[in-house]
Write a protein that binds this ligand. Sequence first.
Ligand SMILES: [Zn+2]
Length: 133
Amino acid sequence: MAKMLARLDDKERRRRPSDEELVARARELSVRYLDGRARPSSVRWSSNQGRRWGSCTLVDGSIRISTRVQGMPAWVLDYVLLHELAHLLHAGHGPDFWKLLDGYPRTDRARGFLEGVSFFQDGGSMGDPAQDD
Ligand SMILES: [Zn+2]
């Protein structure tokens, strides 16, 4: 069993991009879906995001992605990155914000995926969804 878990750990590790790869991915996503307008000063993994999947600091343009996203499918990570990149252009969660994400075809699917993860990780409680800012 321990061996199997160790093997799983190896597999998971390969699916976890480094901070440098995170920066490169964010740049690609910004160019592809936001006309390159979102230019974060830094993008890095963070283990103290609480229940948030990611956050951004508008004053310095930095983005942090929760280490809880590590090991999730690439299209979920892309959504979380794109969500925070869009916040650099629009702070709230109004229609103008979601319009920025229109071009990303898996927004709804990724949101559903993350809601499902929250549901199970938070002991199956609904009505207090994990924050995503
Ligand atoms: Zn948000």
